[in-house]
Design a protein around this ligand. Structure first.
Ligand SMILES: [Zn+2]
Length: 105
């Protein structure tokens, strides 16, 4: 498990943008995989934020679940709705006549 100070140091160096992941790994004693994970924010929240800044889960007004805002469940549902709307739009763009209905069998 990485120490919070190590994660902070890696994040600082990443934000600085001058060193490669490999160089940051060597300098901080953290594996390159960990540096890559930190770069993608895949570390658990308690390692990314000091305890007093750790976001608290709240009741989502849309789905009613407990979630750290913004709610990812609602974001995923919205994404899916958008995707379906885009597919509908792509198959029947507005302004074009819809294909003739298939006659009832
Ligand atoms: Zn929600």
């Amino acid at each position: 498990m990485l120490k919070l100070e190590q994660v902070r140091r890696v994040r600082d160096l990443l934000a600085d943008g001058r060193l490669s992941h490999r160089a940051i790994a060597l300098q901080t004693g953290v594996s390159r995989m960990s540096v890559a994970n930190i770069a993608q924010d895949q570390r658990p929240l308690e390692l990314l934020y000091p305890p007093e800044e750790t976001p608290k889960p709240q009741r989502c007004r849309q789905c009613g679940g407990m979630a750290v805002m913004p709610c990812r469940v609602c974001a995923a549902r919205q994404y899916q709705r958008n995707l379906l709307a885009m597919r509908r739009w792509a198959s029947h763009p507005p302004g074009q006549n819809h294909p003739p209905r298939r006659p009832a069998a």
